[in-house]
Ligand binder design. Structure first.
Ligand SMILES: [Zn+2]
Length: 254
């Protein structure tokens, strides 16, 4: 790999080969690194992992874009749908994946996070090899930076209304079962209550969970539902309120 030493526990993307043999196109791509990064600002260190989907048809197209200096976007890691893990930006550097937004009242998420792009077009299920590779990658990332399961969030969480990734098809429950995310768990997803809800109370709960306080109610609710109530639409109701209470309780226990 041209990207320096692979992280502990992360296999190199391709086996070493004789120097006189030209790289295949696939090997060249596997050895890519991104020029799109800078210093983390104000001495900030990662305390979040932000998960994304690439919204592109193939990992190759995503690699081209994430490594294109003109695009000015990047992530520390890209996981292809075949499970191959690409290290694009060293974790100590500030990658450019999060953009505008905040979490728990803190901005400049790029300086506070590790970004992981998942090769998914935004409509299809996430592949089993990709999910398995994510489960293998996350524990090392979290251990290296002392990030707990509550610090693993989606791009949609920190940028409601602007971003929807990793989306309603992403299997958060699978990460929760491995202690790689905090919510939603089975108990939260099974909560069902009838009736209206106090919008003011729901909005306070969403802010306490971490959602940006300056985003519109509808956008925050939609972002919350991407994790806590996938594919449900319509006005906020008692189920949203009860699930938000349960998420906060989960955060308080952590
Ligand atoms: Zn994203």
């Amino acid at each position: 790999m041209a990207t320096g030493s692979p992280a502990p526990g992360i296999p190199a993307a391709s086996a070493p080969r004789a120097a006189d043999l030209p790289l295949t196109l696939a090997e060249e791509r596997a050895a890519r690194s991104s020029p799109n990064h800078g210093d983390r600002r104000d001495g900030l260190r990662p305390d979040l992992v932000v998960l994304h989907f690439t919204a592109m048809a193939t990992a190759e197209l995503a690699l081209d874009r994430l490594c294109d200096p003109v695009a000015e976007v990047s992530a520390h890691w890209l996981i292809a749908r075949d499970g191959e893990v690409h290290s694009l930006v060293p974790e100590e550097r500030r990658a450019w994946h999060a953009g505008a937004g905040s979490w728990c009242g803190q901005g400049d998420i790029n300086s506070r996070s590790i970004g992981i792009e998942l090769d998914n077009d935004g409509r299809s299920p996430f592949s089993e090899p990709l999910m398995s590779a994510l489960e293998d990658l996350l524990p090392g990332v979290m251990a290296r930076h002392g990030i707990g399961p509550g610090g693993v969030i989606g791009h949609s969480d920190m940028a409601p209304g602007r971003k929807v990734d990793p989306g309603g098809r992403f299997d958060w429950l699978r990460l929760v079962r491995r202690d790689l995310a905090l919510w939603p768990d089975v108990d939260i997803l099974s909560i069902k209550e009838e009736g209206p809800c106090d919008i003011g109370e729901l909005d306070s709960l969403l802010t306490e969970i971490g959602y940006p306080g300056d985003a519109p109610h509808e956008d925050r609710l939609a972002a919350f539902r991407l994790r806590a109530r996938p594919f449900f639409t319509g006005a906020a109701d008692a189920t949203d309120l009860a699930r938000a209470r349960a998420v906060l309780a989960r955060l308080a226990e952590a």
